[in-house]
Design a protein around this ligand. Structure first.
Ligand SMILES: O=C(O)CCC(=O)C(=O)O
Ligand SMILES: [Fe+2]
Length: 279
C-alpha cells in the first residue's frame, strides 16, 4: 500500500480521495487551494514565537483549552506512558493569540475551513446510502459556524540527547475529531499505520495537503470510515538539530451535534480529553 497524492483539480478527485480515506484513513492532495506562501509564512513566524520567552505569557486556559501548551504538559498519547516531545499552541478565533500572529492565523483558519467543508461534501457524496442514513445531519453542516474547530501550531524542538528513553515526537494515536487537514510539515517524520500493522511514511513534499479521518467520523459512519493510527518519529543524524513545525486543523462539530446513539460531539470530546490527561 502506498499513499499517492491526488490532484484536487482532476475530474475524479472526489471519488479517488474518498476511496483513499476509506482504504487507508488518509488522503493526500496536490494542486489544492491552500496557499503555500501563507503556510510557509506561518511556519517562519511561529518558529520565532517558539524561540522567544514571550510564549510563557500565553499559557493555556485549562477550562477552554486555548493558548500555549509547554513541553512539560504536552499530551501523552492514549495507552502510552511517555509524554510526546513537543509543545503547541491552540488557536481558536475567540481564544488568546499574540496580536502579531492573529491576522495570519485567522486568514488560514478561514481558508482551510472553506476547503474542509468541500472535502466533507465529497465524503458525504461517496458514502454508501446504508451508511449515510446514520448521519444525523450533513457532515459539512456539522462544522458550519462551529467554534470548536481547532488550529494547532505544533513545534517539535531539536533533540538534545536528554529526552526520556523511548519518547518520540508524537506517539501513535488517532485524532478525536471528524477530519484533520494538515499541510505537509517543514520536516519529515509523519507515519501512518497500514492495515498489515507496518508503518508507512506519509508523503511530505511541501505543498501537499494531508487529510485524515478522526474518531468522530468513524463513530458517525458506524466504522465505515476508519480513524487510522499515526505518529511522528524522531529525526536521526544531522536532522536531530532541526525543529519541525506543523499545522493541523482539527474539524470539530458543534457540541450539540449527534454523532451516534451513544454520543454527541460534546460528550465524545469530553471523554477523550479526560483520557489524554489535559483536563
Ligand atoms: O505533526 C504532525 O505531522 C502530525 C501531528 C498530529 O498527528 C496531531 O497533532 O494530532
Ligand atoms: Fe494526529
Amino acid at each position: 500500500m502506498k499513499l499517492e497524492a491526488i490532484d484536487y483539480q482532476s475530474p475524479n478527485a472526489a471519488e479517488e480521495f474518498v476511496t483513499s480515506l476509506r482504504e487507508t484513513g488518509f488522503g493526500v492532495l496536490k494542486n489544492h487551494p491552500i496557499r503555500k506562501e501563507l503556510v510557509s509564512s506561518i511556519y517562519d513566524n511561529w518558529q520565532s514565537f517558539y524561540n522567544s520567552a514571550d510564549k510563557e505569557n500565553y499559557r493555556y486556559n485549562v477550562g477552554t483549552q486555548d493558548g500555549y501548551f509547554p513541553p512539560d504538559v504536552s499530551e501523552t498519547a492514549k495507552g502510552h506512558s511517555k509524554k510526546d516531545i513537543k509543545e503547541y499552541f491552540h488557536y481558536y478565533p475567540w481564544g488568546q493569540c499574540p496580536k502579531e500572529h492573529k491576522d495570519e492565523l485567522a486568514q488560514y483558519y478561514s481558508e482551510a475551513n472553506t476547503l474542509a467543508e468541500e472535502l466533507l461534501k465529497w465524503v458525504e457524496q461517496y458514502t454508501p446510502t446504508d451508511i449515510a442514513q446514520h448521519y444525523s445531519q450533513s457532515l459539512s453542516s456539522m462544522i458550519e459556524n462551529s467554534d470548536q474547530t481547532l488550529l494547532r501550531v505544533l513545534h517539535y524542538p531539536p533533540l538534545k540527547g536528554d529526552e526520556e528513553l523511548g519518547a518520540i515526537r508524537a506517539g501513535a494515536h488517532e485524532d478525536i475529531n471528524l477530519l484533520t487537514i494538515l499541510p505537509s510539515a517543514n520536516e519529515p517524520g509523519l507515519q501512518v499505520k497500514a492495515k498489515d500493522g507496518s508503518w508507512m511514511d506519509v508523503p511530505c513534499d511541501f505543498g501537499t495537503l494531508i487529510v485524515n479521518i478522526g474518531d468522530m467520523l468513524q463513530e458517525a459512519s458506524a466504522g465505515y470510515f476508519p480513524s487510522t493510527s499515526h505518529r511522528v518519529i524522531n529525526p536521526e543524524g544531522a536532522d536531530k538539530t532541526k525543529s519541525r513545525i506543523s499545522l493541523p486543523l482539527f474539524l470539530h462539530p458543534k457540541p450539540e451535534v449527534v454523532l451516534s446513539k451513544r454520543h454527541t460531539a460534546g460528550s465524545y470530546l469530553h471523554e477523550r480529553l479526560v483520557e489524554l490527561g489535559v483536563i
